[in-house]
Design a protein around this ligand. Structure first.
Ligand code: NAD
Ligand code: UDP
Length: 316
């Protein structure tokens, strides 16, 4: 049994990771300031004896003895990370410094939840880990993108200078139950709109692409990455390479929900990447043939069922 700290553990990805680590027989400390996460996401874990929930902000130092740290704390959706850009940078940068300092002191292994956003609006397609990216440092997404890029730099420097055992994972668009219903991300927006019979809001012409990964595939990849030998530090892409246009996603969700929703076209947000698709050759090779196993349709059906229940409970 390992003792594991998950920062951002009450968020969408964090709550699934905590649950899986507990099911694997570990002791889990979930740390969160509830900015975008909630107790509700982990309420079903509160009666598990090896689960602990801590309200704390990673921009402040935190002391604990653990074997491993998954550093997930950071708002992930554009609406949330742009709400207070300075706080987003602080969370990424000071959060990384505090967690790396902790890892250094207690000799824990630490994994950083980095992002495909480090590639910005990519000029290389699909994106391989050796691509340096195309990021606007002063654009509306930069508080997130540059914060995450700086966090990667901090990880590498703590590794080189202080021999901290690090793992860097670049996560591509992930969806599933417990996504925040108001986070404005495309999967949650479209499903909620379709279920409520409201117009589906397509930004731009809907020809931009994304590659959508179901949450369970990501969690499997994160855990496999944490368990790789110490000399493999990444970065490694974890995502589903099946690429869809936003228009295709809208049509699929309308079909799966049997919705009568129409489509509304709205302006494309600033610096919205035109295309995104991970090259996962490295992940497959290093992570014991890890490969996404859940198709978009199968994952969407599970996510639709989750939001259906959420909406039903809202209206009760
Ligand atoms: P989320 O917003 O649901 O989860 C983030 C969690 O971090 C929330 O519970 C939030 O309350 C917490 N948090 C934010 N600031 C904090 C702070 N200062 N101190 C402590 N806790 C704080 O988002 P998510 O989708 O679960 O993302 C988790 C991580 O994965 C993030 O680091 C994100 O950048 C990364 N990621 C996610 C995706 C995706 O598609 N979901 C893609 C790439 C990277
Ligand atoms: N998008 C959209 N309608 C929405 C929400 C998002 O067309 O209601 C588009 C958005 O412009 C982007 C894509 O869907 O091109 C994915 O957006 P999301 O915010 O989910 O993730 P990210 O841009 O960070 O990949």
């Amino acid at each position: 049994m390992k003792k594991i700290l998950v920062t951002g553990g009450a968020g969408f990805i964090g709550s699934h990771l905590c649950e899986r680590l507990l099911n694997d027989g570990h002791e889990v400390v979930c740390l969160d300031n509830y900015f975008t996460g909630s107790k509700q996401n982990v309420i079903h874990l509160l009666n598990r004896p090896y689960f602990e929930l801590v309200r704390h902000d990673v921009t402040m130092p935190y002391f604990i003895e653990v074997d491993e740290i998954y550093n997930l704390a950071c708002p992930a959706s554009p609406i949330h990370y742009q709400y207070n850009g300075i706080k987003t940078i602080k969370t990424s940068v000071m959060g990384a410094i505090n967690m790396l300092g902790l890892a250094k002191r207690i000799k824990a292994k630490i994994l950083q939840a980095s992002t495909s956003e480090v590639y910005g609006d990519p000029k290389v397609h699909p994106q391989t880990e050796d691509y340096w990216g195309h990021v606007n440092p002063i654009g509306s997404r930069s508080c997130y993108d540059e914060g995450k890029r700086c966090a990667e730099t901090l990880f590498i420097n703590y590794h080189n200078q202080n021999q901290v055992r690090i793992k860097i994972v670049r996560i591509f668009n992930t969806y599933g139950p417990r996504m925040h219903p108001q986070d404005g991300r495309v999967v949650s927006n479209f499903i909620i709109q379709a279920l409520k019979g409201e117009d589906i809001t397509i930004y731009g012409d809907g020809k931009q692409t994304r590659s959508f990964q179901y949450i369970d595939d990501l969690v499997e990849g994160l855990i496999r990455m944490m368990n790789t030998p110490d000399d493999f530090i990444g970065p490694v892409n974890i995502g589903n390479p099946s690429e869809f246009t936003i228009q295709e996603l809208a049509n699929t969700i309308i079909r799966l929900t049997n919705s009568k929703s129409g489509l509304t076209y709205l302006p494309l947000p600033e610096d919205d990447p035109i295309q995104r698709k991970p090259d996962i050759t490295l992940a497959k090779k290093i992570l014991n043939n890890w490969n996404p196993t859940i198709s978009l349709e199968a994952g969407l059906i599970k996510t639709i069922n989750y939001f259906k229940e959420l909406i039903q409970n809202e209206t009760k």
